[in-house]
Write a protein that binds this ligand. Structure first.
Ligand code: HMG
Ligand code: MG
Length: 286
């Protein structure tokens, strides 16, 4: 259908800036979110309420949330790994919370210091509290096709964790090719299995662009019925616990790619250019 809507979830302020080697000023983070808000996003992932010992780049999460100018129609989301993060995110005014699991045991240990099963138990009270308080809960599954520590991940491992997050009540589960090494063939095989667990309407694609295959992987996702993709203005990103992970796929490229294919994203391309230029200016000098 002409002009069918596809949602781009902007993750530069979180997935982008969490990986910068230098600490970005709180004021610059707020400016980035405000420039992004102006583009017309439905959802922006602003920050993470995680341990500052683990990710010092996100230590100013409450100040960033307090400083942004909220646009009507945009939902401001934050990551939370446990109840402490959930309470802090809500106190700071997050409209949506995301919990993050992994299809790989090794990555789960390196990233959140517990097994997959333990992480689900840790997320259970978060899921209950979000349901009670009417806060939309998103779930991430990292390493859905490749793990920096274990190599290729079996599609059924991704499908299993998607099922666990679905059972916790996540309205949407974002499938992370955390290190951007997934080929379109591997992504398609993973999606075929995951779609046995959940409808494409409840999935998002989260592709890092290490191998330059992210747009092709988005095309595979579109073919499989996905209509939500995460992207990062300026192509910022990576994960401190995923060595070799490059940036998330660039929002400008995703927006252009979708429009060429006749999809509508609702984003203002000119304003997006401006926000992306500012995002790139925040990158640490190589
Ligand atoms: P732990 O060390 O096992 O937990 O870490 P702990 O409970 O022993 O806590 C350690 C310290 O952190 C304590 O402080 C806690 O109080 C504090 P200390 O006594 O040492 O001073 N703490 C907190 N502080 C603030 N907010 C909190 C919080 N919780 C505990 N919520 C833990 C476990 C999960 C906390 C830790 O491993 C962690 O914070 N990990 C976060 C890692 C992370 O943020 N990774 C990047 C995001 S995931 C990603 O990028 C992938 C994604 O993009 C998708 C994809 O691409 O695949 C989403
Ligand atoms: Mg990521």
């Amino acid at each position: 259908p002409v002009n069918e809507h596809v949602t781009i979830v902007e993750v530069a302020p979180r997935d982008g800036l969490q990986n910068e080697s230098r600490l970005v000023d709180t004021g610059d983070k707020i400016r980035l979110v405000d420039l992004l808000s102006d583009c017309g996003y439905e959802r922006i992932e602003v920050t993470s309420f995680v341990s500052p010992r683990w990710v010092p780049q996100m230590a100013d999460a409450p100040a960033v949330m307090a400083g942004i100018t909220r646009r009507r129609g945009t939902r401001y989301a934050a990551l939370a790994p446990n109840m402490r993060g959930f309470e802090a995110a809500l106190a700071a005014g997050a409209d949506e919370v995301a919990i993050f699991a992994s299809a790989s045991e090794s990555f789960s240990q390196k990233n959140i210091n517990c097994s997959i099963a333990e992480s689900i138990e840790r997320f259970r009270p978060v899921a209950e509290a979000s349901r009670e308080r009417g806060v939309p809960l998103r779930g991430y599954v990292s390493c859905v096709v490749e793990c920096p520590y274990e190599g290729p991940i079996a599609p059924k491992a991704a499908g299993r964790v998607v099922g666990l997050l679905r059972d916790l009540g996540c309205y949407e589960i974002s499938l992370g090719d955390t290190i951007g090494r997934g080929t379109p063939e591997a992504v398609d095989a993973m999606l075929a299995t995951v779609l046995g667990e959940i409808s494409p309407a409840n999935l998002a694609g989260h592709f890092h662009d290490t191998s330059g295959l992210a747009l092709e992987n988005i095309a595979v996702g579109l073919e499989r019925g996905l209509r939500v993709f995460d992207a990062s203005a300026g192509g910022l990103g990576g994960c401190p616990y995923a060595p070799g992970a490059a940036g998330n796929v660039d929002t400008l490229a995703v927006n252009a790619f979708l429009r060429e294919r006749g999809f509508a994203t609702g984003l203002d391309a000119g304003k997006l250019d401006r926000a992306a230029a500012f995002a790139r200016s925040l990158r640490s000098a190589a």
